[in-house]
Design a protein around this ligand. Structure first.
Ligand code: NCD
Length: 314
């Protein structure tokens, strides 16, 4: 990674690999910058602040939102973008290691945004190159930019971040977004309800770590209990990461949020989902004013504009 220099530009030249690396002040700086990026995108549409920069986008796992919102974010700020959109079209298919690929890209671009299947892979790549690396999903590890856009959405929808109860529902073992979201919330003194089937529990070592940092954590398999929280964050089964493919069939439909359930238990709960949804939110929920997942996806571009501007700007 590049050297970090603090002061007025605390994120300039830095990697973004894990939400654990961010302070409350840095998180708030990203959210405030994202708000001004939203205004910019809605008024002028584009700006030239990154017009001298080239961003490399390396996606070796499937993506729609994350890749396109990063590319749109870079282009709205005037940067040029070079992209690998699938593993089969890159030299990864010929057996090139991630570190070698990253070294190449570091010679072409000012920043690398990467998604790949190995937990910890983004950090390994970042250690090998001297341009900033942004982790856009490393296997079942983390997805820090998603967590930041989740947080931005919570703040926009609820008006604040402090002291919220946040329920995370579904595949909490392999879902990387929930791992990053728990840590990005920590400085705001949340309480957590982790709702999953027993075999897809939030990793126990992370639960202990969150508790040791002062966050109350309740674990349950009851969706009705989870629905009492201020924020209900639904996730899909990460079937592609299951060791036992039959588990996917067995656990299918374990949690399905319906309009009737929301209305019966907590009509005010803010409902989020990183998308793609499979079957865990019924379409009759979509029209509820508290169903924020499509607004959440749109916020992704503003937050990624902010991240690129803060990392690549002066
Ligand atoms: C998430 C991911 O890739 O981890 N998607 C996303 O980036 N919005 C969630 C998922 O795939 O379930």
């Amino acid at each position: 990674m590049g050297g970090s220099f603090r002061g007025r530009f605390p994120l300039a030249g830095r990697d973004l690999l894990s939400t654990r690396d961010l302070s409350r002040e840095e998180i708030l700086l990203i959210l405030d910058t994202a708000r001004s990026m939203e205004r910019l995108a809605r008024s002028r549409g584009v700006a030239g602040v990154l017009s001298r920069k080239v961003v490399a986008v390396l996606f070796l796992e499937p993506s729609t939102r994350t890749r396109l919102s990063f590319e749109a974010a870079a282009q709205r700020l005037g940067a040029r973008v070079v992209t690998v959109a699938e593993a089969s079209s890159s030299s990864a298919a010929k057996g090139e290691t991630l570190v070698d690929t990253a070294r190449m890209l570091a010679g072409y671009a000012d920043c690398i945004v990467m998604r790949q299947g190995e937990t910890g892979g983004a950090r390994r790549a970042a250690d090998a190159v001297d341009v900033p690396v942004v982790n856009a999903g490393d296997g079942a590890g983390e997805h820090p930019t998603q967590a930041l856009l989740d947080l931005y959405t919570i703040r926009r929808e609820l008006g604040g971040l402090d002291g919220l109860s946040v329920a995370m529902v579904g595949d909490l073992k392999y879902g990387r977004t929930v791992h990053s979201l728990a840590y990005v919330l920590l400085p705001f003194r949340p309480s957590f309800v982790f709702c999953s089937p027993g075999e897809l529990r939030f990793p126990p070592e992370l639960v202990s770590d969150l508790q040791s940092r002062g966050a109350p954590v309740a674990e349950t398999d009851s969706l009705a209990l989870a629905l009492k929280a201020d924020v209900v964050y639904m996730t899909r089964l990460q079937r592609e990461r299951f060791a036992d493919p039959a588990a996917g069939e067995r656990l299918k439909g374990a949690y399905v949020l319906t309009r009737a359930l929301v209305e019966a238990h907590h009509p005010e709960a803010l409902i989020l989902h990183p998308l793609p949804r499979v079957d865990e939110i019924a379409v009759d929920v979509d029209d509820l004013p508290t169903a924020a997942y499509f607004r959440q996806a749109q916020n992704g571009m503003y937050v990624r504009m902010a991240i690129l501007k803060l990392i690549l700007g002066r």
